[in-house]
Design a binder for this molecule. Structure first.
Ligand SMILES: Cc1ncc(COP(=O)(O)O)c(C=O)c1O
Length: 459
C-alpha cells in the first residue's frame, strides 16, 4: 500500500486484492534505451521520467518495480470496464485458442452479434442499426464522413474548433487543435465552427445572455464559407482531447437544426463519451436531446482491444455496397468479442449508474478543492469524464501550463495516473476505468489536493 504521506494524515491508495505477478522482463531503463534506438520518437509517451506499466487489474496498474497506481486515465479513455476484466480475459483466451482471424470474407457469429447488440443500444426509433466495424476512431470517422459525402453528393464537412477526430490526413484536417496538426496540406472541404466552450467563450460572451452565439454562428460559416450545401457536421458531445469541454445544453440542438436545414448529416463522435461514461445517459449525445445520423466509436468499446465502429441508418449504409471496400482487421473475432463483452458488462454491472454516482462524488470532491486552490479555474464534465482547468489567475484565466504538467508528474509519484489536455495543455483529464470506487475518488481528490498545494507553493 502506498499513501500520500506528507506528514499529515492522508488517504492511502486503496488496497487491491490482486497480487501482481513478479515481472522479470527488461527494466524501465533498458526499455527506454531500446525505445530511443528503435521506436519513432513521435510515438507519444507521458512523463519527464517515463514509467513502464507491465500489469493491470480493473482500475489499478503496476510498474516494473511492483509499484501500484490508480489509473485515472484508462489508457486515454480506452479501458471502460476495468483492466483485464475477468469475464473478457476468459472469453478472449478461449477465442484465441479457436480462431483469431480470417477477415470478414466468411461469416462468423461474433461480428453479427456485436453489430446487433450495438443496434439494440441506439435510441428507439432512430433506425441507427447498420454498423461497419473498424480498428480505431480514425477509421470510424473517415467512414462516417465518406458515407455522408456519398449519401448527400456533397463535400463540405463542418467540425468544431478544439476537436480531435484522429491522425490520418482526413481526420487530422478535421481535428482543430493546432498542437495536433502538422504543417502539411490539409484535406479540402473542411470548415471549423465555434464550440460551446463557455469558460473560454470564442466570442467573449456569457451564458445565457450570449443567446448561444457559438451555436447560431454555425449558420454564418455555412452561408459564407460553403456553397450552402454541406455533407456533414461532426462533433464530440464533450470534447476530450480539447480539455473536457462541455457545451451549454442547447448547443447541439441548435447546431443539428442548422446543419439539417442546409442538407447536412450529423455525426456524433462517441469515441470518448459512449457506453455510459457520462453517467446520466448511455451515449454522450443523449445528454443534449439530439439524435445523430451516425455514431462513431472506438477506445472504450474494446476495453483495450483495437476496435472501432461506425453505426448509421440502412439507407445511408447502403452506399458502401456500391463499390468494393475492405478493412482487413476490422471485425476480427477477438476484438469484436471484447466489444460484445463490454456491452454486456456495462449492463450486468450497472456501469452507467456507477459512472453517474462515483463520478458525481468525484466531481463534488474536486469542486470543493476550488475553495482551497486558486489554481483551479474550473471543474467540469459529466459522469466519469471530468476535467480540471488550471489557471494562474481566475480573472485573466491565463493558462497554468507548467503548473499542470507539475501536478500530473507529482500525482504519478504518489501513485495516481492522470491525463492532460486542452489547447494549452492546462486541463487535467480524469477518465478512469468505470469500475472506480468512491474510495478511489477520495484518494484521487486527496492526492490532487496535496499536489496542487505543493505546486502553488512553488515546490
Ligand atoms: C473523440 C476522438 N475521436 C477519434 C479519435 C481517434 O481514435 P484512434 O486513436 O482510435 O484513431 C480519438 C482519439 O483520441 C478521440 O478522442
Amino acid at each position: 500500500m502506498s499513501s500520500t504521506d506528507t506528514g499529515e494524515k492522508r488517504i492511502p491508495l486503496p488496497v487491491c486484492d490482486h497480487q501482481p505477478t513478479k515481472y522479470d522482463g527488461p527494466s524501465r531503463d533498458e526499455l527506454l534505451a531500446l525505445r530511443r534506438e528503435y521506436v519513432n520518437p513521435g510515438v507519444l509517451m507521458y512523463y519527464k521520467d517515463p514509467i513502464a506499466i507491465v500489469e493491470g487489474h480493473m482500475q489499478y496498474l503496476w510498474d516494473d518495480t511492483g509499484k501500484q497506481y490508480l489509473d485515472g486515465f484508462a489508457g486515454i479513455v480506452s479501458v471502460s470496464v476495468g483492466h483485464c476484466h475477468p469475464k473478457i480475459t476468459e472469453r478472449i483466451r478461449e477465442q484465441v485458442g479457436k480462431l483469431v482471424h480470417t477477415t470478414t470474407i466468411y461469416l462468423h457469429p461474433n461480428i453479427v452479434e456485436f453489430c446487433k447488440a450495438l443496434a439494440e443500444r441506439m435510441p428507439a426509433d432512430s433506425e441507427l442499426k447498420s454498423t461497419y466495424v473498424t480498428n480505431s476512431g480514425t477509421d470510424s470517422n473517415e467512414l462516417a464522413v465518406h458515407m455522408a459525402r456519398m449519401h448527400t453528393g456533397r463535400h463540405d464537412v463542418l467540425t468544431l474548433r478544439n476537436c480531435y477526430h484522429g491522425g490520418s490526413q482526413q481526420t487530422m484536417s478535421m481535428t482543430a487543435v493546432g498542437t495536433w496538426k502538422y504543417p502539411v496540406m490539409s484535406a479540402p472541404g473542411i470548415k471549423h465552427v465555434a464550440p460551446g466552450y463557455c469558460y473560454r467563450c470564442p466570442f467573449g460572451l456569457e451564458y445565457p445572455s450570449c443567446d448561444l452565439k457559438c451555436a447560431t454562428s454555425v449558420e454564418d460559416v455555412i452561408r459564407y464559407e460553403t456553397s450552402g450545401e454541406i455533407a456533414a457536421f461532426i462533433g464530440e458531445p464533450i470534447q476530450g482531447v480539447g480539455g473536457t469541454v462541455i457545451p451549454p445544453k442547447e448547443y447541439f440542438g441548435i447546431v443539428y437544426d442548422i446543419v439539417r436545414k442546409y442538407g447536412g448529416l450529423c455525426i456524433a463522435d462517441e469515441v470518448q463519451t459512449g457506453f455510459g461514461r457520462t453517467g446520466e445517459q448511455y451515449w454522450g449525445f443523449e445528454n443534449w436531446g439530439v439524435v445523430p445520423d451516425f455514431v462513431t466509436m472506438a477506445k472504450g468499446i474494446g476495453n483495450g482491444a483495437p476496435l472501432g465502429a461506425c453505426t448509421t441508418r440502412p439507407e445511408i449504409a447502403e452506399h458502401m455496397a456500391k463499390r468494393l471496400h475492405f478493412n482487413t482487421f476490422g471485425g476480427n473475432p477477438v476484438s469484436v468479442l471484447s466489444g460484445m463483452s463490454v456491452l454486456e458488462i456495462v449492463d450486468e454491472e450497472d456501469i452507467q449508474k456507477q459512472a453517474r454516482e462515483v463520478g458525481g462524488h468525484l466531481k463534488d470532491a474536486l469542486t470543493a478543492l476550488m475553495d482551497k486552490h486558486n489554481l483551479i479555474g474550473e471543474v467540469r464534465g459529466l459522469g466519469l469524464m471530468l476535467g480540471v482547468e488550471l489557471v494562474k489567475d481566475r480573472v485573466s484565466k491565463e493558462p497554468a501550463v507548467a503548473e499542470t504538467a507539475s501536478v500530473v508528474e507529482k500525482a504519478k509519484e504518489r501513485g495516481l495516473l492522470l491525463g492532460k489536455g486542452g489547447y494549452y495543455g492546462n486541463v487535467i483529464r480524469i477518465k478512469p476505468p468505470m469500475c472506480l470506487t468512491k474510495d478511489d475518488c477520495d484518494f484521487m481528490a486527496d492526492c490532487l489536493d496535496v499536489c496542487i498545494g505543493e505546486v502553488a507553493a512553488g515546490q
